[in-house]
Design a protein around this ligand. Sequence first.
Ligand SMILES: [Zn+2]
Length: 87
Amino acid sequence: MAQGDIEDPTDYGSIVRNNLMKRPGYAPYCAGSYEKCGLPRLHWDGEQFACGCGYRTEFPADFIDKYKERWHRPADQSQPQTQGERR
Ligand SMILES: [Zn+2]
C-alpha cells in the first residue's frame, strides 16, 4: 500500500493487477524491447494498455471489466490540454 491507494483488501493476482485496481492513474511499464521504445509506462487504449512499439497487455476480459468499472475509464484522449491534470 502506498499513499493515495484506495483501500481494497482483494488480491487481484499480481502486484501489477493490484496496483491497477488500487492506485489511481497507475499504468504498467512496457514489457517489449528496450531497444525499440525504452520501456515507458503504457497508455490505456480503452481495452488494454499499449505502447508505441506495438506491445500490448493481455489482461483477461473479466479483469478489464473490473478495472473499467472501478475507474470508469474510456480510452485516453492523449494528454489533456486543459482543465489541469488530476494526479
Ligand atoms: Zn514499448
